[in-house]
Design a protein around this ligand. Structure first.
Ligand SMILES: Nc1ncnc2c1ncn2[C@@H]1O[C@H](COP(=O)(O)OP(=O)(O)O)[C@@H](O)[C@H]1O
Ligand SMILES: [Mg+2]
Length: 387
């Protein structure tokens, strides 16, 4: 027998991927098709910084995968390039609010990135705020420093810690904010007095349609795949599936990458549309699994109860579900009958279950019929083993 590696790497073996990193979520391409208009709007506001005044605050929103993060980072890079060449002192700092989830953490991080010796913990909020404001009091090279803070996924921070961060940043001179949210209604977390000092301009990122996704994928595919390893129909199918879903470029890229991996695992030298279908199933499975394993315990118990009743082929009303749920809890803490409707709603929003209101007949009111929306095996595998 020859050397195993040499055999695998042998002449017949055509590798699909030239460089996988270009299909990675983190990779920011130099060219963002169909987002030029949005980036120009951001640039139009940020240009103020080059004249040494702090720009208008901006809020960007749009669904997942509509290029918000990529566009903001792109705009940051462009601004940096331009300000380096000029005699101005502009800084942009990117903060992902899933990493820094409180006002305190964000301000400490900003201080540290700007070279202040502020410890991660121990200082009072007041001391941290003072250190932050001091940065802007002292002039840098005789000029004011302008700081633009990009707060990505800001809804996470606002929900957890309130709107203090916006209050603090908007009340600090020479600081401008660009916040990014996946949800249009995230402003419900912001109080009117903070809203009025935020005074933001909104930029909306609409979902991509199939043709736009084709343009996006075409570029990335050329960089990632070897020649003759895919046809245009593969790109078109990934784009169509993602456009039908949510217009999500991340999903489209995932589909393309997973299709390539499946083709490679099969030892095929070309990606086929059948690989795309397999990739779609694989990705769907993975997302539901991710959701299931991260569910809070009471919701897991509701799903266990639902699973039991599903196996018994019963018509599942909310009353019946509540009874079985209490059996599942076996004397452990359980939530009230009223609270269970919230939990059911949340599970429905996640697409794991569906509810259907029906009339019980004249004068008898209405009731909810609940059913599972995902593979019951997935639930058995991921829920019952976790607690
Ligand atoms: N117009 C575009 N051109 C090229 N790639 C894009 C474009 N829009 C999004 N992407 C890519 O899609 C993925 C998701 O984009 P991202 O900016 O993270 O979306 P969001 O922040 O809106 O959820 C990233 O890999 C990004 O590079
Ligand atoms: Mg993002």
């Amino acid at each position: 027998m020859g050397n195993m590696f040499d055999e695998i790497m042998g002449r017949d073996y055509v590798s699909i991927f030239k460089d996988k990193k270009y299909l990675d979520h983190k990779y920011i391409p130099n060219n963002l098709p169909h987002r030029i208009d949005q980036i120009k709007v951001i640039a139009k506001y940020w240009i103020e910084a080059l004249y040494n005044t702090s720009p208008t605050n901006i809020t960007v929103f749009g669904k997942t995968g509509t290029g918000k993060t990529a566009a903001a980072k792109f705009a940051m890079k462009e601004l940096k390039g331009s300000s380096n060449a000029k005699e101005v002192f502009v800084k942009t700092e990117y903060i992902r609010c899933t990493d820094y989830t409180t006002e305190y953490q964000v301000i400490v991080e900003l201080c540290q990135r700007m070279g202040r010796d502020v410890p991660d913990r121990g200082w009072t909020k007041h001391e941290v705020m003072k250190a932050f404001r001091d940065i802007f009091r002292r002039n840098a090279f005789g000029k004011n420093m302008i700081l633009i803070v990009v707060l990505d996924e800001i809804d996470v921070l606002l929900e957890k810690d309130g709107d203090g961060i916006l209050y603090t940043l908007t009340r600090t001179e020479n600081v401008s904010i660009l916040s990014i949210s996946n949800y249009v209604d995230f402003k419900k977390f912001i109080q009117p007095r903070v809203m009025s000092s935020l005074c933001d301009k909104e930029v909306v990122f609409p979902p991509y349609n199939a043709e736009q996704l084709i343009d996006i994928l075409d570029d990335r595919a050329q960089m990632s795949f070897n020649q003759n390893t895919y046809d245009e129909e593969v790109i078109a199918l990934c784009s169509a599936l993602a456009a039908r879903d949510e217009g999500d470029a991340r999903y489209a890229l995932d589909l393309l990458k997973t299709s390539g991996e499946i083709a490679e695992e099969n030892g095929d030298s070309k990606i086929l549309t059948s690989h795309v279908s397999l990739a779609k199933d694989k990705i769907e499975h993975n997302t539901i699994t991710d959701i299931l394993i991260s569910l809070p315990i009471q919701q897991q118990r509701i799903l266990e109860a639902l699973l039991r009743l599903t196996h018994e082929n019963e018509e599942i009303t909310s009353g019946k579900l509540y009874d079985t749920y209490q059996e599942v809890c076996r004397g452990d803490t359980s939530v009230s009958y009223r609270r269970i409707f919230d939990l059911i709603n949340q599970l429905e929003l996640l697409g794991i279950i569906s509810t259907n209101t029906i009339s019980k007949g004249r004068g008898k009111g209405r009731t909810n019929i609940i059913s599972l929306q995902c593979d019951s095996e997935l639930i058995e595998k991921n829920i019952l083993s976790t607690y």
